[in-house]
Design a protein. Structure first.
Length: 375
């Protein structure tokens, strides 16, 4: 490993913190470096993420360069021969507080140490055609899953003509499953209450065949501007965007057939893709976010039409933000009836709560439940 690569990786790690996550700092650092080839950039990225992935194994009395070498060595050993690392060691992959708040299993811990998969969502009915165009893709299944593709190639997908033509979105498989569980019908009115940059909004638009209306709200205007760019490329026009700060004053008086609350959360389900967050997320974050999640549902619920569907999803696995939120909402609002949901990855099976785990499908961990409003 060259001294330049070690030096840049060490600089990224030194500057990364809660406010400046490692992936954002990495992008900033690489943009500012001259003479760094794309191959070196990938190597630097791998080194930074390996450091956080294997952080619990490292001897931090050693120099940073030595720790980086050790992290890469552990990463190679595990990917080449998983059994080279004892099962009992994998508790080091996550902070101590998780064992009392997440259902920690060896299978989950091992999955966190793997390189994340890259998932695409093709436009409706175009999955196989897109797979042939891009190459090095495999399709997740039949029916709706035929639009979910895992990409194993090395080309920069953002530079492909297919991307610029709006033929696909980069969207994790578990995120795609949320849209399928929402199952909106063409012509309905939906609210994506915590839309972010709009990945799920665009999916809802496709599922609705660009018919009906989706309100997409977020507290950050820059995210909604990003949604506008993405929607233009994807030719999704059946939406309106609006700022909502998550408070009691709703952004519209519209009543909805469906509301999706993909709430802000601790992100424990993304720890495979974002290993730095393992060491910056605290139990206090979890507890505070659980209160925010319950408040968002309580404020949004009156906007639901009688008979309408409220879907709650979070990319986390803590009990406080998942099953405990669901239980409290059901207790507080008797007019909301818990729905039995079909798991898109397991056709024919239903459950009141669906958990998507990295070890089962190679995507982010995700929790989903839903209620139907009486009337």
């Amino acid at each position: 490993m060259s001294q330049t690569i070690l030096s840049i990786a060490a600089k990224v790690i030194a500057k990364a913190n809660r406010e400046r996550p490692a992936d954002a700092q990495l992008r900033t650092e690489l943009r500012g470096q001259k003479g760094v080839s794309p191959e070196d950039g990938r190597y630097i990225s791998e080194t930074v993420f390996a450091y956080y992935r294997w952080y619990g194994w490292l001897d931090r009395s050693q120099s940073m360069e030595e720790q980086l070498r050790q992290a890469r060595k552990l990463n190679r050993a595990f990917l080449n021969e998983p059994a080279s690392i004892p099962d009992s060691d994998f508790v080091k992959a996550v902070p101590e507080w998780t064992k009392d708040h997440v259902d920690v299993s060896t299978a989950w811990l091992k999955s966190l140490q793997l390189e994340p998969k890259l998932w695409l969502r093709a436009r409706p009915g175009k999955g196989r055609e897109l797979a042939e165009k891009l190459g090095e893709c495999w399709i997740a299944g039949d029916g709706p899953l035929s639009e979910t593709l895992e990409y194993e190639g090395s080309q920069d997908l953002f530079r492909t003509p297919e991307f610029h033509a709006g033929e696909f979105e980069l969207q994790d498989i578990s995120s795609q499953m949320v849209g399928l569980i929402c199952a909106p019908n063409p012509g309905e009115t939906w609210w994506d209450a915590c839309a972010g940059e709009g990945g799920k909004t665009l999916h809802l638009g496709d599922l609705m065949q660009n018919k009906g209306l989706i309100w997409a709200s977020d507290r950050a205007e820059w995210r909604l501007k990003r949604l506008k760019l993405r929607a233009g490329r994807a030719k999704i026009f059946n939406y309106r965007s609006v700022i909502w700060d998550g408070g009691a004053k709703l952004p519209t008086k519209t009543k909805f057939n469906g509301i999706l609350i993909d709430a802000p959360c601790s992100g424990v389900g993304t720890w495979q893709r974002n290993p730095h967050a393992r060491w910056t997320t605290t139990l206090k974050d979890v507890q505070e976010l659980a209160e925010v999640q319950k408040q968002l549902i309580a404020y949004a619920m009156p906007a639901l039409k009688p008979g309408g569907k409220l879907v709650y999803s979070v990319c986390t696995l803590t009990r406080e933000e998942t099953s405990e939120v669901a239980a409290e909402i059901s207790k507080r609002f008797p007019e909301l009836k818990v729905m039995s949901l079909i798991n898109p990855l397991k056709p024919g099976t239903t459950s009141e709560q669906i958990w998507f785990s990295p070890q089962e499908m190679g995507g982010n961990g995700m929790f989903v439940c839903a209620w139907q409003k009486a009337g």
